[in-house]
Design a protein around this ligand. Structure first.
Ligand code: NAD
Length: 317
């Protein structure tokens, strides 16, 4: 089977912006047998992307990437317009700013056939706004991955006000065909869904530190040693369905909703003063205990890979 027939009609992907997210996407696309062209205006970008792909490669190989694929078998084009020539799908990963994306998208939209989807990795910008100025805004949408995209399955697909059903379906089919777990966000909201959920939790986590309820490290442990373990398998709704015992969600709501509602009424919003920000930074330094970001990242990705592999094995049974 060639890459186009096995990947929902996509053979070549243009990755525009090759920083943290773009390089990780590039590694993932390459590992799934796609032709990959990457574009980035920064001096030395090609070398930096090459290094990032090489760093991601062992994980991708361990997760089942084909052994015959060359991790250097991608092409660099500094000019984004040249990079998208012949592409069947575009994944845009430029800086998270309306002014940057609003200039970039019309340039690549102008030279692509209208059926080619332009998906932006944007963490929270609106597709309707970043596609202003495009000739074919109906093919522009958000395809928001989680860091690092070569490992985390979720992709949030969000169409703007003018997005076509066909473009959304094509993006979802493509991401699914290459092993991602796309979800459709039906209404544009800043931050999409996952980042809003993370932001809601983080707001309360900081509030608890501000109020002296627990230290930064203990608030983190309250997630990573507890609900976080279940969250690797199921979201909050299914978690509480199981919390209701035999009666499931119906019983959970009957039994615990009044308590949960009283907690909702008591949740807070921290006042992000410079002092509180410093307390967070000091707290994290203590929690990290001298481990560098690099060390922490390697530890995280090593364990994440094992969790993802376990889930893949369970799904295959
Ligand atoms: N970092 C994350 O955790 C994360 C997670 C999911 C999504 N995202 C989204 O991915 C996108 C990229 O974020 P990142 O973290 O990779 O940032 P980054 O700063 O690591 O990378 C951005 C890259 O874009 C390049 N660039 C600058 N101007 C450009 C232009 N005009 N055209 C093309 N490329 C240009 C830069 O040289 C840089 O290499 C953002 O929209 C961000 O919201 C980030």
């Amino acid at each position: 089977m060639n890459a186009a027939s096995s990947n929902a009609g996509v053979r070549r992907v243009a990755v525009i912006g090759g920083g943290t997210i773009g390089a990780s996407w590039a590694a993932y696309f390459l590992a799934h047998g796609l032709e990959v062209v990457v574009s980035d205006p920064a001096p030395g970008a090609a070398e930096a992307i090459r290094t990032r792909i090489a760093e991601a490669w062992p994980v991708l190989t361990a997760l089942g990437a084909r052994a015959d694929i060359d991790m250097n078998g991608w092409r660099f084009e500094a000019d984004p317009v040249a990079a998208v020539a012949g592409a069947d799908f575009v994944q845009e990963n430029a800086p998270e700013r309306y002014d940057v994306k609003q200039k970039l998208l019309p340039r690549i939209d102008a030279v692509l056939p209208p059926e080619v989807v332009i998906a932006s990795s944007s963490s929270g910008l609106l597709a309707s706004r970043i596609s202003e100025g495009c000739r074919y805004p109906e093919r522009c949408l958000i395809g928001h991955p989680f860091n690092p995209p070569h490992l985390i399955p979720l992709v949030e697909v969000v169409g703007g006000a003018k997005a076509s059903r066909a473009a959304i379906d094509r993006a979802i089919a493509f991401y699914r065909a290459i092993g991602k777990s796309p979800i459709e966000i039906r209404k544009e909201v800043p931050g999409h869904v996952s980042n809003r959920l993370q932001a809601a939790l983080w707001r309360e986590a900081i509030y608890l530190v501000e109020q002296g309820v627990a230290s930064v490290a203990d608030v983190d442990a309250a997630i990573s040693e507890g609900p976080g373990l279940r969250w690797a398998l199921m979201g909050p709704h299914l978690t509480f369905h199981l919390g209701g015992g035999e009666g499931g969600m119906t019983q959970f709501l009957k039994h615990l909703l009044p308590a949960v509602e009283s907690w909702w009424a008591d949740l807070g919003t921290p006042n992000m003063t410079p002092e509180l920000q410093q307390r967070l930074i000091d707290g994290i330094d203590q929690e990290a205990g001298g481990r560098s970001i690099d060390e922490l990242q390697r530890w995280r990705d090593g364990l994440l890979m094992q969790i993802i592999a376990l889930r893949q094995q369970a799904a295959a049974k």
